[in-house]
Write a protein that binds this ligand. Sequence first.
Ligand code: PHE
Length: 418
Amino acid sequence: TKPTHLTILNQDYPTDHKTNITPTIISKLPIRLHTQRSHPLSTIRSLIESHYPTFSHLSSFSPLVTPYQNFDSLAFPVDHPGRSVTDSYYINEGLMLRTHTSAHEVEVFAKGEDRWLLTADVYRRDEIDASHYPVFHQMEGARIFEASPSGMKEVEDDNARLASHLAKSNIVIEDIPHLSPTNPVQPLHDPKHSEAVALNLKLSLNSLLLELFGGVAGVSKEDPLRVRWIEAYFPFTSPSYEVEVFFRGKWLEILGCGVVAQSTLDSAKIANKLGWAFGLGLERMAMILFQIPDIRLFWSTDPRFLSQFSHGKITTFQPYSIHPANWKDVSFWLPHSEKQKATMHDNDFCDLVRDVVGDLVEDVKLVDQFTHPKTNRQSLCYRINYRSMDKPLTNAEVNDHQSRVKAQLKEQFRVEIR
Ligand code: PHE
């Protein structure tokens, strides 16, 4: 039942055994929220771009990339789980949707850019809840220096400039050492160079966070914004870090970063340089800064949402409606499979629900799972929470969505509804 070709962004592509991109996802590709004037994601993009006025500002790279661009050029191991069809969307074996903006590092560095920001929509198969959506937006930022005394002088001068700009503010930053046994310098790097570059990365991002979060409602001397640096691991940086912001009682991860792997710069044919890169989640940032409670709202075309924002300004979102939630369970037997193993991944179920009911689904949870002791068949029960951002849902509507989910489940996965 798979079509032999798919039309994506006005081009035809052959499908194959890896194809798993869905109609819902294909419909998102042309939207490019980060370029829609006065949309919160576009405002965050332009505020960050203004903070880095000497950087190139890129935002029109195609979301279709090769697995080489997305993974191999960044030293991802061949068995990395991100490569699997349960985690990423494939058009076919040779083409996929980028899962992160880092997929463009090699080509941008190879063009000779030495300081740049690149904003784009990225795609990951995931669960459904208020902070996860299969499409989101990232900004990649990078800066490279000559690996020479003059290059290092440039880093040190910039570090001095940034440190003096980081004035006292209502933000508390928890820092960690630049290098450690678990977050090591790369074998080809002089530790002094690596530390200077890591410091440049931290100072650059701290000054960005100070600027973006410093003026936000609810941040004061008594209740300062808290930012923390933690050790991280990425195949394409070392040392690596994550930055989290404390918001509404929780630490939220907003970016990953580190000193760029020398193998990435070698692929870009700039082996004599070293530098840093970061990848920042725009929705996370916007949810905090505008106080937007649900990630689906970014896709709303309701004037009650869109008319609240003006370009370049951070304002507090006023919720215009909170309609009641409607829970429905669906239980079913999976068909007998050869190895008696589940034939459906959580992410398959979530993509199916998105295709059938769109953004009316707020949350999906697997609430029960067991194997029949005699027949060995597997039973699953998922709970779907329906809630519209725009209007109350009637019982009849919810029941209708639920029966279409059941019909599609039978059709696509040959399940037996219980
Ligand atoms: N691409 C990483 C992610 O999506 C973030 C990152 C970017 C990390 C650049 C290091 C350097 O999680």
